[in-house]
Design a protein around this ligand. Structure first.
Ligand SMILES: [Zn+2]
Ligand SMILES: [Zn+2]
Length: 351
């Protein structure tokens, strides 16, 4: 019997800003077209830069759409919120973006304490570190590992050494603010570092050594021949700084085939060098595929159930990986993000 695993909608009354933010959250959760979400993000900017009295006056007189960047749908959300109603569009999108989970998957979901792979506006994410943290807190997480891309991924505005160093300071600041606000929650430092063609990593050892948790992923030359890809991945997995192997096949369901490698070598290396295999929860990835999860299980690997979120709503995708983990019978204690933060960090430092 499937259950709902989504966060509950916020309580009314909502300000227009809160209502629009929640619409964007739900659209991202539903993996809606980025253009759809973009209209609401634009409206959010308009609301933030418009005098509240002017906004209220325009809502009363039906003149919201005269504002550049406000269309019928966004005007409706703003007007409903100002009238103290839960916006009709929000109710609709809340319902449409509900995420189900199986009964056994729900046991895994309840055991998760954090998320080890997610992005912020520092690379190609759509939400600031604070916003991602606020949603992770609302989801009941005790921690999240911030893993923005490394510099080689220029399309994703990846971080070079200097920007990563600056991000560590930014994370320390947000952590201090969260602690001051009484949250029992930590942002752990990390990176999704690119695995280069020869299996080396796109970041210096010195910087990687400063991070709590390192996810390493292949993003380029996904179609190199299997023997080369195996060497490349084994080299990365064996690197003492690497803690989690991200979306190992690189497949995008219906769009891009899985890369080919000798899974026995790669997962034996993961088990040998203490590198967890990620169950990537993005609906278009769901990586590794079932048969490879079984191979990793046979080799005794650790796993990590990660959202790979690029927006707050996507932090809600862990149920997809939980269902997979339950279906393949992964023991819950092999999943590193069911561990407390201190245990995770100690394991990452040792492995
Ligand atoms: Zn990636
Ligand atoms: Zn990622």
């Amino acid at each position: 019997m499937p259950r709902i695993a989504s966060t509950p909608p916020p309580d009314a009354p909502l300000t227009p800003e809160q209502a629009l933010t929640r619409v964007v959250h739900c659209l991202d959760r539903a993996l809606a077209s980025p253009y759809k979400a973009a209209a609401f993000v634009r409206a959010l900017q308009v609301v933030r830069s418009t005098d509240p009295d002017e906004l209220a006056e325009r809502a009363r007189t039906g003149r919201l759409t005269e504002l550049e960047g406000i269309g019928d749908a966004t005007a409706g959300v703003i007007a409903d919120a100002l009238a103290g109603r839960v916006p009709a569009y929000l109710t609709k999108i809340e319902a449409e973006s509900q995420i189900d989970i199986t009964e056994t998957g729900a046991e895994y979901h309840a055991a998760l304490r954090g998320d080890c792979h997610l992005h912020s506006t520092w690379s190609d994410g759509g939400a600031r570190i604070e916003e991602m943290a606020a949603t992770a807190i609302a989801l009941g997480h005790e921690y999240m590992v911030l893993t923005d891309h490394s510099g080689r991924l220029t399309v994703a505005h990846g971080l070079n050494e200097e920007r990563l160093a600056a991000q560590l300071d930014a994370v320390a600041e947000v952590n201090a603010e969260l602690a001051a606000a009484g949250h029992d929650f930590r942002i752990l430092t990390g990176m999704e570092v690119d695995i280069l063609e020869d299996g080396s990593l796109d970041m210096s050892d010195t910087m990687l050594a400063r991070l709590d948790v390192v996810v390493a992923s292949v993003h380029s030359k996904l179609r190199m021949d299997a023997e080369q890809m195996t060497r490349r991945m084994v080299a990365a997995v064996a690197n003492p700084h690497v803690d989690i192997l991200g979306h190992c096949t690189g497949r995008k369901i219906g769009k891009r085939p899985a890369s080919t490698f000798d899974a026995d070598y790669v997962f034996a290396a993961c088990a040998q060098f203490g590198t967890a295999v990620e169950l990537n929860c993005r609906p278009e990835r769901l990586d590794p595929p079932r048969e490879l999860i079984d191979v990793a299980l046979e080799h005794g690997c650790f796993f990590s159930i990660d959202s790979d979120a690029h927006a707050t709503g996507q932090l809600e995708w862990q149920p997809y990986g939980c269902d997979r983990a339950a279906e393949r019978g992964i023991p819950i204690d092999r999943i590193v993000n069911t561990w407390p933060a201190d245990q995770l960090v100690a394991w990452a430092a040792a492995a």
